[in-house]
Design a binder for this molecule. Structure first.
Ligand code: PLP
Length: 369
């Protein structure tokens, strides 16, 4: 009977209805589905056999291209060796190896890595670490979180609260209290047709001083920004803006978080935009490119001083009550290690950097057409 039921299940038509697709106009899609069934390097293969150039690298995530053999093989090997290891009170060697490798790529003393499974989880994790950091240091009144207009920080409650994209917020109630937003950095009149980082706009970082005057620094835990905004339309930071934001955060003891879920792992021609701009935040969130999109993974890079602040008190007590069943999943770690090898062996970050000049030129030509 059970077997007959199982077979009946297998015999079900492959209906489009049950799958509620994310960020998609479901009814329109299901009338004219766009399905990809394979991928290799920079191409997708569609269900009707066409090859499509994947100009956006998936959702900005397949930084090394699709179905790269070393990554595929690493995942296959790991699946056959250690399909899962408990993330709490147990671990496996590749988790430590990948954390060391990611930390070695990061600038400054961003020496510690907390793993999760997506950019949204990375953002929520970073916000929680910020709140808990102030708490463990006896500054429990620092509970406010500051984002920026037009910012995208994923779709967790923390991420949409600090995020500034209206459609991602408006259906979901009051979110959480104590969040405020910096002014966006884009001004069409002053910045249109800028090549690279706009000259105008560094002073917009001073908006943080306005929020400090409004709320008092003693109530503010952290500021989170994308160093280059991406989901809202690509907005490089005005020259000097990130430096100024760093200085204001330092002045007031506010943590600065760079959300590098998109800008990490080569997209800026460096491992992280923090290095590209010479500004070291207190935390960096990452995801996507860490496995070149092959297995879901995210994480937060944390400066040594923040990690150390938690490593006090009795050693048998859990320092941070946070984590995910799939934190540092073995398949993700194997994929991450193979991906980082590939980036290094093929010099992909450097190649990204050297392509910058010619892309700038081509972008300008588009304007002239
Ligand atoms: C800057 C930034 N943060 C967070 C996220 C959320 O990542 P995910 O979709 O993996 O949850 C994204 C996704 O594009 C992003 O661009």
């Amino acid at each position: 009977m059970a077997q007959a039921q199982a077979q009946a299940k297998i015999g079900l038509p492959n209906d489009l209805e049950p799958y509620w697709m994310p960020f998609t106009a479901n009814r329109a899609f299901k009338k004219r589905p766009r399905l990809v069934v394979g991928a290799k390097d920079m191409h997708y293969i569609t269900s009707d056999g066409r090859r499509l150039i994947d100009g956006s690298a998936g959702l900005w995530c397949t930084n090394a291209g699709h179905n790269r053999v070393p990554i595929v093989e690493a995942i296959q090997r790991e699946a056959a060796t250690l399909d899962y290891a408990p993330a709490f009170q147990f671990s496996h060697p590749k988790a430590f190896e990948l954390a060391s490798r990611v930390a070695a790529l990061a600038p400054g003393d961003l020496d510690h890595v907390f793993f999760c499974n997506s950019g949204s989880e990375a953002v929520d994790t970073a916000l929680k670490i910020a709140l808990a950091y102030h708490n463990v240091r006896g500054n429990g009144s620092r509970v406010r979180l500051i984002g920026r207009e037009r910012g995208y920080h994923g779709v967790g409650f923390g991420g949409i609260a600090v995020g500034g994209i209206v459609n991602n917020r408006k259906q979901f109630g009051a979110l959480f209290a104590g969040v405020d937003h910096l002014q966006m950095t884009y001004n069409r009149e002053k910045q249109a047709f800028t090549i690279g980082e706009p000259e105008w706009g560094a002073h917009l970082a001073d908006d943080l001083d306005r929020l400090v005057a409004l709320h008092d620094a003693s109530t503010i835990a952290a500021v989170i920004v994308e160093p280059v905004a991406a989901s809202t339309g690509v907005l490089p930071p005005p020259k000097g803006y990130l430096e100024r934001l760093r200085a204001i955060c330092d002045k007031h003891g506010i943590l600065l978080i760079f959300d590098e879920v998109i800008t990490g792992f080569g997209r800026m021609g460096y491992a992280f935009a923090a290095e590209r701009y010479g500004v070291i935040p207190d935390m960096i969130t990452f995801a996507k490119g860490v496995t070149s999109g092959s297995v879901p993974m995210g994480g937060v890079l944390v400066r040594k001083g923040i990690y150390d602040a938690f490593m006090k008190g009795p050693e048998h007590v859990i320092e941070l009550f946070h984590g995910y069943t799939y934190s540092a999943h073995p398949l993700a770690c194997a994929a991450g290690l193979a991906t980082l090898d590939l980036y290094r062996e093929e010099g992909l970050f450097e190649r990204g950097s050297s392509a910058r000049a010619s892309w700038k030129l081509r972008g300008r030509k588009l304007r002239w057409r």
